[in-house]
Design a binder for this molecule. Structure first.
Ligand code: PLP
Length: 436
């Protein structure tokens, strides 16, 4: 049954105005709906699991600010903490107490010993790479295809012609000189890692990887893959940077590291965080071994800085969020993620749509391909047209999915039974739309 059309006039009018003054009408490309078509919904407010757009439509939110909102929208205690911080002032350009408290909280919950705050995940990975190069005195960076680390020039790189060759720019505007020290490997491919270290081991400053990729959909590391990276880096004097901007405090209480490193007994040299640790405001971080972090200015020679770094409102929001992120929160998120992932899988199977549901901890995604996805090449076999049909059928029934097939689906502890029920009701219709 097709639901009555939802009004979208105000979103359409805002989108037209936005396009006149902002490229594509958005401030981050995926928001423009280019991958699924149609008009992005301009959101006026959020509460718990729900979004309300400018036309008054309500949606269960399965994006949660791209993972940042672990506790849902407008969590009362987080809001209260933010309001109190704002009432005191918004930025001082001096050290503040919330920064120290958030740093202690993060150091207490992760294997890192010291941490530095920045304002975005991009800054975190960019700074971690600079530090790794400064610490090792080497230049080459190894990354994996399909892993996104923000829009850092040297990481917007596409694989060159062979495994051990240097990368080419992944976008106009990045000069070849910015990627000629980057090597891009297929994800989950140990042999490729070994080959690159055999060829360039004494030049490699670091390997950077998403702790579990979520930016090509969720692709769990094969058992032992992260451990292999950690061991290989250690054997060659390179640093292992685990990017937990997405997975940190989200895949589980201890992030992805809690699911592998903590169990297997290894730790990254450096880690990056963002999203959840900012509680919905711009805060991110990089941190790691005390001796490596000691190379950072003003203690050491590697320069790094930021006008709004460690901002008191953002760090207060992050601190409130992490303190509220109890075992029960993760249990709820885990249950909701599993329920929705299973139901999406069943609906698509009933409709005969090829798909795979993949998860790591509480993070999951639905690939519109019949193949298990272990790397970017497999993720790229998706039927993106089928996803677009599925996406719009869900949107028409009040469920806001990520507007691209290559994204993780995110839930929060505010996704109560009513929100889950609304998604469960919509899924069979959307699966049929995807089958047409
Ligand atoms: N690293 C990972 C794993 C991410 O998922 C992202 C953003 O999605 C980034 C880095 C970049 O973070 P930001 O968008 O805050 O710059």
């Amino acid at each position: 049954m097709t639901p009555p059309p939802r009004p979208t006039e105000r979103s359409e009018a805002l989108f037209a105005r936005a396009q006149a003054v902002t490229p594509g009408g958005v401030n981050s490309p995926v928001r423009a709906f280019n991958a699924v078509g149609g008009t992005p919904r301009f959101i006026r407010s959020g509460r718990g699991a729900w979004l309300t757009d400018v036309d008054g439509n309500e949606y269960v939110d399965l994006v949660c600010s791209w993972g940042a909102l672990l506790l849902g929208h407008a969590h009362p205690e987080v809001q209260e903490a933010i309001a109190a911080a704002v009432a005191r002032g918004t930025s001082y350009g001096t050290p503040t107490e919330p920064e120290v408290e958030l740093a202690e909280e993060i150091v207490g919950r992760t294997p890192i010993e010291r941490v530095r705050f920045v304002s975005s995940g991009t800054e975190a990975t960019m700074s971690a790479i600079r530090l790794a190069r400064g610490f090792t005195g080497r230049d080459v960076v190894v990354k994996f295809a399909g892993c996104y680390h923000g829009h850092v020039d040297s990481l917007l790189a596409a694989a060159g012609s062979g495994v051990a060759t240097f990368a080419i720019p992944g976008t106009p505007g990045v000069p070849a000189s910015s990627t000629e020290l980057t090597i891009v490997l297929p994800y989950n491919d140990r042999a490729a890692v070994d080959e690159v270290f055999a060829a360039h081991g004494d030049r490699i400053a670091c390997v950077i990887t998403e702790a579990a990729p979520g930016n090509m959909g969720v692709v769990p590391p094969l058992p032992g893959f992260n451990a292999h990276l950690a061991e290989t880096c250690a054997a060659h004097g390179a640093l292992f940077i685990s990017d937990e901007v997405m997975t940190g405090f989200r895949a589980g209480k201890l992030g992805q590291w809690g699911l592998d490193g903590a169990v297997e007994g290894w730790r990254p040299d450096l880690m990056t965080f963002g999203k959840v640790m900012g509680g919905g405001l711009p805060a991110a971080a990089f941190g790691g071994r005390a001796d490596v972090m000691g190379h950072l200015a003003p203690e050491g020679p590697v320069y790094q800085a930021g006008t709004l770094s460690g901002n008191p409102v953002a760090t207060t929001a992050g601190l409130a969020t992490l303190r509220l992120a109890t075992d029960e929160v993760y249990e709820r998120i885990s249950l909701v993620a599993e329920t929705l992932g299973t139901a999406a899988g069943k609906a698509l199977a009933d409709a005969g749509v090829p798909h795979v549901v993949q998860a790591t901890g509480t993070m999951f995604s639905v690939f519109f391909t019949g193949e298990t996805v272990t790397d970017f090449a497999a993720a790229s076999t998706q039927d993106t047209a089928a996803y677009a049909a599925f996406f719009h059928a869900m949107l028409d029934r009040g469920v806001h999915l990520p507007p691209s097939a290559y994204e993780a689906w995110f839930v929060s502890s505010a996704h109560d039974d009513a929100a889950v029920e609304a998604v469960l009701e919509a899924l069979p219709y959307a699966a049929h739309a995807a089958a047409e």
